[in-house]
Design a protein around this ligand. Sequence first.
Ligand SMILES: N[C@@H](CCC(=O)N[C@@H](CS)C(=O)NCC(=O)O)C(=O)O
Length: 290
Amino acid sequence: MTYELAIGDRSYSSWSLRGWLFFEKFGIPVKIRTCVLYTDEVQRLLADFAPARLVPAVRTPEGEVIGESIAILETLAERHPGAGLWPEDAAARIMARYMVAEMHAGFGALRGDCAMNLLKSYVDSAPSDAVLADLARIDLIWARARDRFGTDGPWLFGRYTAADAFFAPVATRIATYNLPVSAVARAYVAAHLADPSFRRWRAMGQAENLVQPSYYKPFAERPWPGPAPLPAEIAEGPSVNAACPYSGKPVTHFLRLDGRVWGFCNAFCRDKTLHDPEAWPKFMELLRSA
Ligand SMILES: N[C@@H](CCC(=O)N[C@@H](CS)C(=O)NCC(=O)O)C(=O)O
């Protein structure tokens, strides 16, 4: 038995991203269960996580259910004290908890006006004064954490902590809505976009290929502001490899990269790789060794 984590669409569900990062970044094994937001799937999935009414929701190996991302974080931190979800330093931990709580309760204008959408990036999103005020506050608390505790790494407290997981969807909003922030904040946003775990999440969202019209805005678009993926395309077999790099099962779905064809055991594994090959260590190992 392991943890189970209920999430929504990876391209749009900012709270699901936070919940997933708690497991992914801190090496806690988890089984992911997905639903499509704004469909019957949400309540069908959450029936197994009663009384949770939103994603993310977690079921512990013993069967206890946790909703609310901040409660999920505190429970994981208590149960996995060596995983490093919070900073080791007591003063840094106070600041991290403060920032996470403020994020959980606040920044309503930014969250409301700039819904997370990892499939789009805009030239100019004409932010309101309320959004600009949220950004000024975010800039201030990010700078305070970075100046005081974050000098030995790219993250708020140096190494990656749960506070970074909490602000990951804010970083994506700043990037995709091209919002004005300081140079220090821009560097922190770039660290999120380049993070391999985040890149895997985004590639899986692209593979899900779901459209939630209310998350699309009528602004001029620009290319994705994060690292450009290696150029792969869907192809026909046969492939260099007979076994899927992820499952070891026989290959049935194919892509072309570097002039060669590579196989996977299902469409989702092919497509998540297609969208960002470099984000997948097992695939890159195969590519380099073949
Ligand atoms: N306060 C919650 C927010 C969770 C939340 O708003 N989840 C959204 C998706 S990002 C949801 O479940 N929406 C489904 C619905 O409203 O039916 C948390 O911290 O986890």
